[in-house]
Design a protein around this ligand. Structure first.
Ligand code: PLP
Length: 384
């Protein structure tokens, strides 16, 4: 039975998993102070780049002895740079439980041709991180953006490991606690949890990662935008805001605005609370409706940013077509944009719940999901 359309709509229907919703306070005129048309190496630009690094450290609680750099090519650039610069010194373990992790596996095995133990889990599941040999270099994704599955914590990673841990935390940073003592390389992009712009990646290195960079030279050539050392020494300037090549000062200004907003909502704890509240609103909805469920099988590994859902109703004839049609209805009504599951993921929906999303918008959108589901069930052609 089709139901009436709800009376209210979300104020902001942007629930995309990247680029994600801008902070609620965002407006373009707040970027007026951007150092546009100036050299990024002039004092004004350098100060802004340095502030971006320092504020990132402050909000994420990154230890003083860890380096934080702004690098080219968004999160992908940061991950690739780390893998090409650090891997090959010892055996690698490549861990993947969704599309992006699987992409890193392909690069290491097919491009770098490094001997690797490959550990994969199906969408919705996670690899048992306690069964991994941490004397190898381990590459993994903290939060699987396309499966809605995250690491519950870093307890499985030993403090006295001989290998390095390289963690793609792009949909985790600013929404989850990251155990810095367990992470040697951490990467993320501005376009995710803080709703910043794409283009630049963040690369966070532990002292052990720096030690590897200064004592190991990969067998393959490295392009200029991957090079972190010169003459066997870390290029320290990168970690003070002297970027390898020209950054977008507009994107930098936008990131600074997002960091200020993050501070205003209580920093990391405030951001986590906002993401948790958004996810809880969805969890309550899932509990109240027997036709929808989380893709993540274990609540302990359920993401609080990229929340992935599947339809479980036996009346659905074609799962992929049904999920697409529901997402299309919601988009056409202007109540939820870009919430179809990722192209490589199982059919369903993916609703971004990071801190820039208002809980009131999630709550206003969910009755529409109910409406779209019932409308689509009613519209299905009866089985021949
Ligand atoms: C887990 C993960 N890794 C990497 C990426 C790629 O990020 P970017 O496009 O910012 O390089 C994404 C983007 O969605 C992601 O979710």
């Amino acid at each position: 039975m089709a139901i009436d359309a709800p009376a209210t709509r979300p104020a902001n229907p942007r629930f995309s998993s990247g680029p994600c919703a801008k902070p609620p306070v965002f407006s373009l005129d707040q970027l007026q102070d951007a150092a546009l048309g100036r050299s990024h190496r002039a004092a004004v630009g350098k100060d802004k780049l340095k502030a971006a690094i320092e504020k990132t450290r402050e909000i994420l609680g990154v230890p003083e002895e860890y380096r934080i750099g702004i690098v080219p090519a968004s999160d992908t650039g940061a991950v690739e740079m780390a893998m090409w610069s650090l891997l090959g010194a010892r055996k690698a373990t490549m861990v993947a439980w969704e599309s992006f992790g699987a992409g890193w596996v392909t690069d290491v095995v097919k491009q770098l041709k490094i001997e690797a133990d490959i550990r994969e889990a199906e969408y919705g599941e996670i690899v048992d991180m306690s069964t991994i040999d941490y004397d190898t270099d381990v590459v993994f994704t903290w939060n699987g953006t396309t499966s809605g599955v995250r690491m519950p914590n870093g307890d499985a990673i030993p403090a006295d490991r001989a290998g390095l841990t390289i963690c793609d935390a792009t949909s985790a940073a600013f929404a989850m606690e990251l155990p810095w003592d367990k992470l040697d390389v951490t990467t993320f992009s501005w376009q995710k949890v803080l709703g910043g712009e794409a283009a630049h990646g963040m690369l966070i290195l532990s002292p052990r990662a720096v030690e590897r960079l200064e004592s190991y030279t990969p067998a393959w050539p490295l392009p200029k935008i991957f090079r972190l050392t010169k003459g066997g020494k870390l290029i320290e300037g990168i970690f003070r805001g002297e970027t390898i090549n020209t950054p977008s000062m507009l994107a930098v200004e936008d990131y600074l605005l997002a960091l200020d907003w993050a501070e205003s909502v209580g920093g990391l704890k405030g951001l986590i609370a906002r993401a948790d509240a958004n996810t809880k609103a969805i969890a309550d909805f899932v509990k109240a409706h027997d036709w929808i469920d989380f893709l993540a099988s274990d609540p302990a590994t359920r993401s609080n940013t990229s929340v992935c859902l599947k339809f479980t109703d036996a009346r659905i004839a074609d799962g992929a077509a049904f999920a697409k049609a529901v997402a299309k209805r919601l988009e056409a009504e202007g109540v939820a944009l870009d919430i179809g599951a990722y192209r490589d993921a199982p059919a369903g929906l993916r609703i971004w719940c990071g801190g820039t999303v208002e809980t009131s918008d999630i709550e206003a959108m969910l009755p529409w999901l109910d409406w779209a589901f019932e409308s689509e069930i009613a519209a299905q052609k009866p089985a021949a």
